[in-house]
Ligand binder design. Structure first.
Ligand SMILES: *Cc1c(COP(=O)(O)O)cnc(C)c1O
Length: 305
């Protein structure tokens, strides 16, 4: 079962809207900032209650369950700190609570991570990212295991609100899907090389990439992902100004938000998220593209000085 949407955000909003006012949602404290804003600024006034927790510790999620908990929202790897949540564990907590487990699988893509086979009830994608893959389409999808009452409600809202993609957006998305299996391993290989380079660089204070053996979620990621993905973030020694300088110095990386396309992108995430951001202000988020890894590393080397 799948329903296509005009954006990942429209897909996400539809899932929340298929709940009822008074229902309770558990979401990660570092979920995609648009998802957090939907929950705080749109669905809280509508009557949804949300508890934001650090989902890397399943105990936090168990403690957050209430009698009216209807949905556990999972996003792994997370944005922008690449935290890893155990999907099977979240699905089992949701099941014993009588709630749905919904996984935003945008960053991993279906090639690297299959939440439905790990027990999740629904998967949400911003197909704007890896599935579209070419930075030229905005689209989204909700994918389910079965045609449940909840999925029918998702379809009803998709239909009556008109949150649907145009035929051309569908065409572009399908064009991207055909090469996902070729692009994704190349993204992973490049990201692994860039992560190792940054890890050993003296002007880098921290690298967040689940493929690094010292990443706290490495073992969980290795168990539930086929590879570690094309996204990483790093913190520049010297703080915010030094991070801004690195972003200003790059020549091959493009300074832009979004992710999952052929070009490598770099962004100062806290600036994108705005004043309520909890992202460290020395952090740069990188979407590693399909350029030659030697060129990407050379560019970061000159930018870091
Ligand atoms: C980009 C993104 C979204 C929102 O998708 P849009 O297609 O830009 O609306 C949702 N979740 C994650 C993890 C994303 O990266």
């Amino acid at each position: 079962m799948a329903a296509a949407f005009a954006s990942g955000s429209a897909a996400t909003a539809t899932v929340f809207q298929a709940l009822a006012p008074g229902d309770h949602v558990i979401a990660p404290d570092d979920c995609y900032h648009g998802t957090a804003r939907l929950l705080r600024e749109v669905f809280a006034p509508w009557g949804l209650q949300t508890t934001f927790v650090d989902m890397t510790d399943a105990g936090n999620v168990r403690r957050a369950v209430q009698p009216n908990t209807r949905l556990i929202w999972v996003e792994t790897p997370s944005n922008p700190l690449l935290k890893i949540t155990d999907i099977a564990e979240m699905a089992s907590i949701a099941q014993s609570a009588g709630a749905l487990c919904v996984c935003d699988n945008t960053w991993a893509s279906p090639m690297l991570q299959r939440p439905l086979s790990l027990g999740a009830d629904l998967v949400v994608h911003s197909t704007t990212k890896y599935l579209g893959g070419h930075e030229d389409v905005t689209s989204g999808a909700v994918v389910g295991k079965a045609d449940t009452d909840f999925f029918q409600r998702v379809r009803l809202i998709q239909n009556v609100y008109g949150a649907v993609p145009s035929p051309f957006d569908c065409w572009l998305t399908l064009r991207g899907v055909r090469t996902l299996h070729v692009r994704m391993p190349a993204h992973c290989a490049n990201a692994g090389r860039v992560a190792r380079f940054l890890h050993d660089h003296p002007n880098v204070a921290a690298v967040h990439y689940p493929g690094l053996p010292d990443h706290p979620g490495h073992a969980t990621a290795a168990g539930q992902m086929a590879d570690f993905g094309g996204m990483l973030s790093f913190q520049v020694a010297g703080g915010r100004d030094a991070a801004m300088q690195v972003a200003a110095n790059v020549r091959l990386f493009v300074r832009a938000t979004s992710l999952g396309g052929t070009q490598s992108l770099i962004e100062h995430r806290a600036s994108i998220e705005g004043p309520d951001s909890t992202t460290p202000d020395d952090l740069l988020r990188v979407s590693v593209g399909l350029e030659n890894a030697d060129d990407l590393i050379a560019d970061l080397a000159q930018a870091l000085g």
